[in-house]
Design a protein around this ligand. Structure first.
Ligand code: GAL
Length: 423
């Protein structure tokens, strides 16, 4: 596995060099020097936001050319594994997307990133991002990345017509109501809840834990006093098992699972709000669907009033081949213009506090409002509360549970994962 990853990294950097940056064009004029931007935003919905920011970068920095080193796969499970082998081999891209929180803290503590205090001072960024976000990307007073957005994980997407056919008049508010509704949909002959690849189950698990345990108990799971062996966790995992028993055939990734809702094949899908970009963006990248008619949303059951958050941020790896180009990219990612181009397409809200609110309409207006009033809880799958080793162990436990459906074994595996995380 490691060998494959390293050789893929080699290939990637070779093909990246093939993008040819320091060459001289026939006219003698130096070609723009490439900036390798590593992310996992390749699929429908995901790529639209990146393209919007790339357009601004191209306009503002013609001396650099954007090189898209994105690696396919929702939530970046493949990308994150490849990135880690590239960093180990001291072959960093010029900049990479990383999640604010425990995931980024791993890179910081591992000495992989340059401090960006110089950029924060130059652009006066400390006052434009929320303090709790700055804390998640800092160590000992040094800030190590530029957050470009805030995403919400705990959203229940649903198809209003399918709910109507099943006799459901409003989105379920509690986990118990949700389970009762799943059963109604099953009886109506539709897929009650659509799912994608394994990481989408970890995503479903985090909403189920939050909705079953409540915010304080969920947040306590990531502290030194965590009790993963409690009866309340057993109940939450039993709920997870029940919900999964209503799931359709696992789809390849989050997009085809979300599409089953948009197409009226499935009633519900629990997914982050990148799904909004996918549903809503015009058909060249998204599905061009109308909100409230073709799809609708509610906080995932039992989580109203809590924002299960995550944030994508860009970094400056030590040894970046084109450091100046990476800094130029970070300046665009940090800017109001960059964030206001990126986020409406990405289905996220800006990390900056001073963004142009009029650009965030429909779901995104609701989202902005919730972000400013809700309590906070951090995402598991998307890097906030658990470091990479812990998240991987949770992923493995979920994979085994999918096969054996043994709640007791699952709970022990999760308790062990917490004990051995080293966090
Ligand atoms: C998350 C990422 C989002 C979105 C999602 C699905 O981890 O933070 O920006 O891309 O995965 O791929």
């Amino acid at each position: 596995m490691a060998t494959v990853a390293v050789s893929m990294a080699g290939l990637l950097s070779l093909s990246a060099c093939g993008g040819g940056s320091d060459k001289t064009e026939s006219g003698g004029q130096a070609a723009a020097k490439k900036v390798e931007v590593f992310s996992w935003w390749t699929g429908p919905g995901e790529a639209d936001g990146l393209k919007a920011m790339e357009a601004i970068f191209a306009k503002q920095y013609p001396q650099f050319s954007f090189f898209d080193a994105a690696v396919a796969g929702g939530s970046g499970d493949q990308a994150r594994a490849l990135l880690s082998s590239k960093l180990q081999a001291n072959q960093p891209p010029d900049t990479f997307q990383g999640h604010a929180g425990a995931e980024l803290q791993g890179y910081i503590k591992g000495g992989k990133l340059e401090s960006l205090n110089f950029l924060y001072d130059e652009l006066k960024l400390k006052s434009v991002f929320p303090q709790q976000l700055i804390d998640q990307i800092s160590v000992q007073g040094q800030v190590y990345s530029v957050p470009v957005n805030i995403h919400r994980s705990n959203i229940l997407w649903f198809n209003p017509s399918v709910l109507k056919t099943a006799g459901i008049s409003a989105a379920p508010k509690t986990v118990d109501e949700f389970i009762a509704d799943l059963d109604k949909v099953k009886k109506a002959g539709k897929i009650p809840i659509s799912i994608g690849s394994q990481w989408t189950l970890v995503h479903l698990l985090e909403s189920t834990l939050l909705g079953s345990l409540g915010t304080d108990a969920y947040n306590a799971l990531w502290t030194a006093n965590a009790d993963w062996s409690s009866a309340d966790v057993t109940k939450a995992l039993t709920n997870f098992k029940t919900i999964l028993s209503y799931a359709g055939t696992p789809q390849e990734d989050w997009q085809p699972a979300a599409k089953q809702v948009a197409d009226g094949e499935a009633a519900f899908n629990i997914m982050g709000d990148w799904a909004y970009g996918y549903f809503h963006n015009p058909p060249d990248g998204g599905l061009g669907k109308a909100s409230k008619t073709d799809f609708d949303w509610a906080p995932s059951p039992g989580t109203d009033g809590t924002y299960l958050w995550l944030s994508d941020s860009f970094t400056l790896p030590k040894g970046a081949p084109n450091r100046d180009g990476a800094i130029a990219w970070l300046k665009v990612a940090a800017s109001k213009e960059g964030q206001d181009a990126f986020n409406p397409k990405k289905g996220s809200i800006p990390a900056r506090k001073d963004a142009d609110k009029s650009l965030y309409t429909d779901y995104l207006a609701w989202d902005l409002d919730q972000w400013s009033t809700d309590k906070l809880a951090g995402s598991i799958q998307h890097g906030v509360v658990a470091n990479d080793a812990w998240r991987t162990a949770i992923n493995d436990a979920v994979g085994l549970f999918q096969q054996d459906q043994d709640v007791a074994k699952f709970q022990t595996a999760l308790a062990d994962a917490a004990k051995n995380s080293g966090q």
